[in-house]
Design a protein around this ligand. Sequence first.
Ligand code: OGA
Ligand code: NI
Length: 371
Amino acid sequence: MECLQNWPEPIIHVQSIADSGAATVPDRYIKPISDRPEIGKSTTVLDQQSIPVINLAAFSETGDIDHEHACNATLMQEISVACRDWGFFQVVNHGVSPELMKRTRETWRAFFHLPMEQKHKYVNTPKTYEGYGSRLGVEQGAILDWGDYYFLNFLPWSLKNQDKWPCLPETLRETVEEYGREVVELCEKVIKVVSRSLGLEGDYVKRVFGGEGVGVSMRANYYPRCPQPELTLGLSAHSDPGGITVLLADDRVQGLQVRKDGAWVTVQPLSDAFIVNIGDQIQVVSNAIYKSVEHRVMVNSEEERVSVAIFYNPRGDVLIGPAQELVSPARAVCCMPMTYNEHRLDIRKRGPRGKAQVDTLKSSSTPPNLY
Ligand code: OGA
Ligand code: NI
């Protein structure tokens, strides 16, 4: 744990580099050729593809779903296909007000536009990551991403500390609180459908995630304009370590790409929709029937980009393993049970690095009897 007390090098906020008017990207941000985005290259067939869109209207009306209802069967089938084939989908008619979504994104944009002294008060450390940050991972000399972020905790109550949330803009704490509450409700709807679509009880995932002890955090991402976007990434390829992620993307600027059949597909957010993705812990619970898919963020020279991610995660100290119902002679146990705290620690040390973490898990020796 010691290496997580402090960053290995002085922190430079990406926004400061961008605002200095630099015409080139400093070496620390230049990715190896194989990782660079293919900006400006001719588009591939995959650019025509897009992540599935899921309509949650049926759910919003009744406040719940059951197996019997025909439209719910369709919904579960759609979720199942989306989670198997993409690990990503957009949700519409999700119940969160578009006004609140916009207010939240613009409040964060205003925060990132505050003078650096204001933001610097909240500068974070790798110990908890809470606050204003400019890197993930503590590896000395690592190639960095072209983005700053703000990370904070909502749940469990014991980790929520509003003093660690920005006090400016004045409405931020209130807006973020309201937004968090609504998006947590949405997360719970989504995991219910995900549970049922796996043939499990609706409350299965929440229960194994630790019930009322689940963890919820937010990361507001700020990707400044970049003088040489073809050389770097706003966020390197990674899968999300937790349960599910609900992303509010920028309404004007694209940048998120999802790995599909080895290629990168750029997500085109629908207005007022959320982008939802499956994290490593759902992959584990589903015994790898569902996949946490790699994604990354491109930057551009024209415009900054703001996104707000909510992560819905298991309680940190419970063992998460595959659901017994999903293990069979034909589908062996996919991975060793592990706590989310242990899994996340790897990532907090190493930073975003594809899916190496889950893949290492998978190949660990003979799995013990889980139950
Ligand atoms: C993340 C993430 C995507 C984006 O925060 O984990 O993948 O578009 N963000 O900012
Ligand atoms: Ni992510």
